[in-house]
Design a protein around this ligand. Structure first.
Ligand code: NAI
Length: 468
């Protein structure tokens, strides 16, 4: 058997790369060791967590907003089994869809662990231990990432009491006290799910802010909103121990600036302290593929490794560990292999936290612009001044537009607010075309929409917003 391209890993990077390659006429194969396609994202990440986030957001609405909207109901009751069935069904629909797409695009699929033997040669080892060799002109490594754990701390994940993001999707009862180690995206999304279902949630974070790397003002306001929802935060706190106890688990942390260690008891602990590139068993050393200092597959600006004919994309290479970044890279590699000019614009990759309200951002933060010495102007508009937001009782948050002072080019847009994850894309499209804040402010936005706040924030960078 010989292929133009063999992709190892069927996550959003790998399966999208395979589809694009097949669409462009390349003879394509995809290797995956799971029973289902879609990788972490579809099976135990983005998709199932969104099913839980949506369901519990509806619960929040029913509990807190219906009465004010004049809808009287008795206290909503959660059927955790049914809620979990919604998560399972959602995942199933997506994985089935992927089987259909592989067939439709005539992609040959192999189940098993892929190994790179050399440029042009891979093997697949199935569950029965039998290996078969496949010849291919090109190899794309898309093996993703795995939970990083806490460096220097022995964490015995049992996925029942001490859990990673995977276990936190399927607690069979609502933990009384859930301690979340790491105030990043996973911690806050899954922490929100269980807080809404009734857990007391304490987030222990090493940095002095949650969502490190996000715009500082956004992170601060967002933390206030989550605190109002009942989440507790211990910031500047380094977790040094996570242990199982008779009743649950305990988490020990030390103040980063020095001082006495503290231990808190929990019914369950979610450790969400980042992910690491996954290259186990891939045999990259045999093929001579270089890794960087953080264990990521080293690639150049065209996603080529140091070995001709071997490419790598997604979480296993440098850059944000986001499904959509991996997808873009998958498309770019397929296009390059088909002789086209594949390209990823790393300056315009949106990031979304799917909490309530959502947080979304694209481009540079104020902190990054200050650090780079860029002269910029900022325009802000709060949702409290937006008519649609008032009608929906969704007035929390704001939009911030950052633009170059000299050229007016939009450099970053940051939103905390209901539907932020959808709204961010008008900013992304504008930035992809090198648009200015005046372009954004002069684009007619339908009234009444939450998106009008984006227009008003853009207007605020060079003039006065109308509704403030
Ligand atoms: P993260 O990197 O977003 O956050 C991890 C947090 O843990 C950091 O704030 C870090 O300072 C903290 N931390 C590390 N060691 C610690 C210690 N010893 N004590 C206390 N705090 C400590 O990683 P996370 O949330 O695990 O997510 C992993 C990856 O998955 C990220 O790259 C994220 O972008 C991606 N992801 C994206 C989602 C989205 O786009 N909505 C959803 C879920 C995950």
């Amino acid at each position: 058997m010989s292929y133009d391209v063999v992709v190892i890993g069927a996550g959003p990077g790998g399966y999208v790369c395979a589809i694009k390659a097949a669409q462009l006429g390349l003879k394509t194969a995809l290797i995956e060791k799971r029973d289902t396609y879609g990788g972490t994202c579809v099976n135990v990440g983005c998709i199932p967590s969104k099913a839980l986030l949506h369901a519990t957001e509806m619960l929040l609405e029913a509990e807190h907003s219906f009465d004010a909207l004049g809808i009287e109901i008795s206290k909503p009751k959660v059927n955790l089994k049914k809620l979990m069935a919604h998560r399972v069904n959602t995942v199933e629909q997506n994985t089935k869809g992927l089987v259909f797409l592989m067939k439709k695009n005539k992609i040959d699929t192999f189940q098993g662990t892929g190994q790179v033997l050399a440029a042009g040669k891979v093997s697949v080892t199935g569950e029965d231990g039998k290996a078969q060799e496949i010849e291919t002109k090109n190899i794309v490594i898309a093996t993703g990432s795995d939970i990083a754990g806490i460096p220097g701390v022995d964490v015995a994940f049992d996925e029942k009491v001490i859990v990673s993001s995977t276990g936190a999707l399927e607690f069979d009862k609502v933990p009384g006290h859930l301690v979340v180690v790491g105030g990043g995206v996973i911690g806050l999304e899954l922490g929100s799910v269980w807080a809404r279902l009734g857990s007391r949630v304490t987030v222990v974070e090493y940095l002095d802010t949650i969502l490190g790397g996000m715009d500082g003002e956004v992170a601060k306001q967002f933390q206030r909103i989550l605190a109002k929802q009942g989440m507790d935060f211990k910031l500047s706190a380094k977790v040094t121990g996570v242990k199982k106890t008779g009743k649950g688990a305990s988490v020990t942390f030390e103040p980063v600036k020095g001082g006495d260690a503290e231990t808190i008891e929990a019914d369950a602990v979610l450790v969400a302290t980042g992910r690491k590139p996954y290259t186990d068993g891939l045999g990259l050393e045999n093929a001579g593929v270089e890794l960087d200092e953080r264990g990521r597959v080293k690639v150049d600006g065209h996603l080529k490794t140091n070995v001709p004919g071997i490419y790598a994309i997604g979480d296993v290479v440098v850059g944000p560990m986001l499904a959509h970044k991996a997808e873009e890279e998958g498309v770019a590699v397929a296009e390059m292999l088909a002789g086209q000019a594949g390209h990823v614009n790393y300056d315009v990759i949106p990031g979304v936290v799917y909490t309530s309200p959502e947080v979304a951002s694209v481009g540079k933060t104020e902190e990054e612009l200050k650090k780079a010495g860029v002269d910029y102007k900022a325009g802000k508009f709060p949702f409290t001044a937006n008519g649609r937001a008032r009608a929906m009782l969704q007035t929390e948050g704001f939009v911030k537009v950052l633009a170059d002072k000299a050229t007016d080019r939009v450099l970053g847009v940051h939103i905390v607010g209901f539907g932020a994850g959808e709204m961010i894309h008008e900013a992304a499209v504008l930035m992809e075309f090198g648009g200015s804040s005046e372009d954004l402010a002069r684009t007619c936005h339908a009234h009444p929409t939450m998106s009008e706040a984006v227009k008003e924030a853009a207007l605020a960078t060079f003039s006065k917003p109308i509704h403030m």
